[in-house]
Design a protein around this ligand. Sequence first.
Ligand code: NAD
Ligand code: DAU
Length: 358
Amino acid sequence: MTILVTGGAGFIGNNFVHDWLAAGDERVVNLDKLTYAGNLSSLADLRGDERHVFVHGDIADRALIARLLAAHRPRAVLNFAAESHVDRSIHGPSEFIQTNIIGTFQLLEAVRDHWSGLGEAERGAFRFLHVSTDEVYGSLGENDPAFRETNAYQPNSPYSASKAASDHLVRAWHHTYGLPVLTTNCSNNYGPYHFPEKLIPLVIVNALAGKPLPIYGDGRQVRDWLYVRDHCSAIRRVLDRGVPGETYNIGGWNEKTNLEVVQVLCRTLDELAPAAHGSSYAAQISFVADRPGHDRRYAIDAGRIEKELGWRPAETFDTGIRKTVRWYLDNRAWVEEVQSGAYREWISRQYERGGAGG
Ligand code: NAD
Ligand code: DAU
């Protein structure tokens, strides 16, 4: 048996591939375009492992997908591939439209074509699992109830709008063509192999380099945080037991302001790798211009996946953050490798003109 994963050289995708192969021997075909966010070094330990087949390519390349489906006959396709960074979507939305919308459309069409030619039993057992985000639901007020699967979509950034569009396509391919799809909407992930453009890895990497820790606006925006391997176990559970056509919210029951997150990181780093300057890393915190259109609060009600599929996260924020900080301390070579010229260009464009709006 085989599954096809897209975007498996990115943060969540590579954690998923590792998690999958640790849990069993079912083969993974891993299709990734290797954008700035895709790093083969994240998969280096799988070199020579016959259960993992890496293919360099684009989800928008329908002919390539058709060839892969015909050659490997996967029982499921899991779509992680996307442009994922909100700030980049503000500076340049085109790639987000191309990959997240057009790419998902081309992938769905290739999969539909393949799936409709399968025998009845294989067709019934087949799954297309689309990995999406809580950002499609928009922004919550301080006292609003957490997002449920029934909330209306109200995306506010080019990124979340493109993900919302892809979710709608996936839904339509089920209702119109009967494709057995599953959609997951997850909150903010953190953990190993997280690209250091996102808040948590950026703060760890900047702290250790003695650089400012940039906090957008007042830092009181709220996110729900989930350790990435918990997201992976939730996806496996949805793939195994989810009902085709349904969507599942995934979260950690763990709302924090950005300021709280950065303070926890500073305390953990103070303990595990005290700064040479002798003060807390918190001294490096720097408030910068806010992200345009910054969503104030996300919160996930993960009641459905808990009750219907029996999934709960294994890590608390404290255990997950400790594991994450230790991983970055032990894997400085990975960080150096992903901090390419393209990475440095992004950091100077985003922060050196005074903040996120620059
Ligand atoms: P990431 O940016 O770290 O990785 C994305 C991967 O997709 C990269 O390896 C990249 O090379 C690949 N890719 C991009 N365009 C491609 C294309 N056209 N064809 C093939 N591969 C392509 O993203 P991530 O944080 O790992 O997110 C993975 C998925 O999970 C995304 O769909 C994202 O929307 C969703 N998600 C992320 C989070 C989070 O907190 N990171 C939370 C909820 C949902
Ligand atoms: O909610 C799920 C989403 O979480 C995913 O769909 C996205 O792919 C993922 O990138 C993430 O989006 P966010 O915008 O929430 O993540 P980010 O790490 O970019 O920012 C987290 C919060 O921290 C957000 O409120 C913006 C703020 N922030 C971010 C950066 C990079 C700062 O204050 N300073 C920063 O330098």
